[in-house]
Design a binder for this molecule. Sequence first.
Ligand SMILES: Cc1cc2nc3c(=O)[nH]c(=O)nc-3n(C[C@H](O)[C@H](O)[C@H](O)COP(=O)(O)O)c2cc1C
Length: 351
Amino acid sequence: MSGADRLTDLMRRGTEFLGCEVAVMCGAMSWVSERTLVAAISNAGGFGVIACGAMTPELLDAEIAATAERTHKPFGVNLITMHPQLTELIAVCARHAVSHVVLAGGLPPKGSLEAIKATGAKVIAFAPALSLAKKLMRTGVDALVIEGSEAGGHIGPVSTNVLAQEILPEVAGDIPVFVAGGIGRGEAIAAYLEMGAAGVQLGTRFVCAHESIAHPNFKRAFLRASARDAVATVQVDGRLPVIPVRALKNAGTHLFSDHQRTVAQRLDTGEVAMAEAQLQIEHYWAGALRRAVVDGDVEHGSLMAGQSVGMVTAEEPAADILARLVAQAAVALDARGLGSPRMAQLEDLDS
Ligand SMILES: Cc1cc2nc3c(=O)[nH]c(=O)nc-3n(C[C@H](O)[C@H](O)[C@H](O)COP(=O)(O)O)c2cc1C
């Protein structure tokens, strides 16, 4: 069996679940994953996901409609569980008969899962640990994403590699699992599929797609960066929790540490109470991703990026990125392509 056939076989569960040709999801990225990129990914055979982020129901309604005008292929919508209008957002998805809803930002609040399933949509949820994967399965989610700390954006503490080893053997037989975080090449996709994944989710790799509306400054920062530039935010004071976010380091990263120290001092002197101090920490990055992605402020905005950023070396069409990932995965799976001939094939793909 050729590597390409084996890849099709390994992806079948994922492609049947998503209703697309290649079991590669482009993970929702706030401000980046809008109509143009989402439609481009789905049109290329992958699975695009709209990032609802902090959008109002009206904005989400317009975004879904505009995406559906650009593609007849399936795409998903990512909703953040703590959005104050989650119920209304679910109703918007229902009106558009959205086929897949990805729930991010923690365990689904009571009733939300049932509300989504009642619309006929499939629910995909993030499982940051084996115990939570099992819990989510019991609540009736249809698929899981396991995302390691190499990923861009909000992250957990455990690497993709370890999550995959812990979670796939236990649950992949019962539910489709998509692996995310740090994937930049097809060989890694092939490896996770062989471990039992139904597919993968990539974000960072698609930021510099031609169709991505990210500001040219944002894309330039990605093209220049290497893996070690994509760092997790650091908590400076034990009393003031920081939800870790992986992003390219810039002036904002350093100023955030100064800000934490200043707030901690205000707490020491009694100038602010604990609740207010924690809010001041949380609010520091408010709007920061938008400032970087939309306005191009790459110094003080948040340049959310995963460690695979070093493998983003050119701006190119989403379809080309997807095609190369698929070709690399097929070569890696080609039983005949062992040893140096296989390396030569992979080098050809790089040139
Ligand atoms: C710029 C950026 C913004 C993101 N925004 C979101 C988001 O709004 N919701 C979400 O669930 N994940 C978000 N993510 C995570 C992606 O959906 C995806 O899971 C992640 O990028 C996969 O890891 P990778 O970056 O290593 O490919 C974001 C990632 C990036 C790089």
